[in-house]
Design a protein around this ligand. Structure first.
Ligand SMILES: NC(=O)c1ccc[n+]([C@@H]2O[C@H](COP(=O)([O-])OP(=O)(O)OC[C@H]3O[C@@H](n4cnc5c(N)ncnc54)[C@H](OP(=O)(O)O)[C@@H]3O)[C@@H](O)[C@H]2O)c1
Length: 261
């Protein structure tokens, strides 16, 4: 896995959801020496494993065990990170999957749906909020919010997940316009299917599956180019855009194919 050289790019990068999947792959991609990475997730063992792989490539790494659904905990961590070295790039990648069944969305009388919304939407808000005044005061900073192509079209197979990602995307898109004149860049990342523990739990074979490394390299390049909306892979992004303009009944029939056989 090749890393992206620091150059004039971000020197201190904070990544939530860094213990696995896309977040862990992003940590690898940004692991060149001269960088500092602050990695956040709940599972210390997995975080430490990612951190040791990053350290051998030269970057300085700190790990923080925190739950993005706890606003106080995440604020404490981000304040510490920013005091140690001003954060240049904040990537909110932590998230949980939506499964693909009615039972899952109704699970424990809506408990699971609420957990998905709390993690994927409020978790993003909790992550971004403490850094906003700091970025604005410095008139610089870059934020990347990992939403999903499921945030562009509502998948009947996973209502709570679709809603959580649509909200995260809308939040990021609005912040983008609000913060651009203040010198802060916001990008929304909308991956299709990426080969991670999350997609491995899907009860169907995900089409156009990318490796986490490929996705992370794509995201890092797009962020370096300052792209504000990062959709991939293009065939799925195109299909999703198309589904969004189809008559509802037809779109629902097509999208229902993405569910348990
Ligand atoms: N994989 C895909 O096909 C796909 C497609 C579109 C979008 N996405 C999005 O990409 C992001 C990363 O997903 P992934 O595929 O890399 O999944 P993953 O391998 O399951 O990783 C999810 C990461 O989020 C962390 N996390 C979950 N809940 C958390 C919480 N409450 N507080 C702090 N950290 C938490 C997990 O760490 P701990 O368990 O250690 O806390 C883990 O590091 C998610 O937002 C996901 O919705 C994924």
């Amino acid at each position: 896995m090749r890393s992206v050289k620091p150059g004039n790019g971000p020197k201190h990068i904070v990544i939530t959801g860094a213990s696995s999947g896309i977040g862990a792959a992003l940590a690898q991609v940004y692991s060149a020496s001269g960088r500092r990475l602050s990695l956040i997730a709940r599972n210390r063992g997995r975080l430490e494993a990612v951190a040791s792989n990053v350290r051998v490539r030269g970057a300085g790494v700190d790990v923080y065990v925190a739950d993005v659904t706890d606003p106080n905990a995440i604020e404490r961590v981000l304040t510490t990170c920013d005091l140690l070295q001003p954060v240049d790039l904040l990537i909110a990648s932590a998230g949980i999957g939506g499964g693909a069944s009615l039972a899952r969305d109704c699970g424990e009388l809506g408990h699971i749906a609420r957990e998905i919304l709390t993690t994927n939407t409020l978790g993003v808000v909790n992550t971004i909020t403490p850094m906003l005044p700091r970025f604005v005061a410095r008139k610089q900073g870059q934020i990347a919010i990992v939403s999903s192509l499921a945030g562009l079209v509502s998948l009947p197979a996973c209502p709570a997940y679709s809603a959580s990602k649509a909200a995260a995307r809308a939040y990021g898109a609005a912040l983008r316009g609000l913060l651009a004149p203040l010198g802060v860049t916001v990008s929304v990342v909308c991956p299709g299917f990426v080969d991670t523990p999350m997609s491995a739990s899907l009860p169907f074979r995900p089409p156009f599956l990318w490796t986490a490394d490929r996705a992370a390299r794509h995201v890092a390049r797009a962020l370096e180019d300052g792209r504000r909306e990062i959709l991939f892979p293009w065939p799925l992004a195109f299909a999703v855009r198309l589904a969004a303009i189809l008559p509802n009944a037809l779109a629902d029939r097509l999208l229902m194919r993405l569910r348990q056989g």
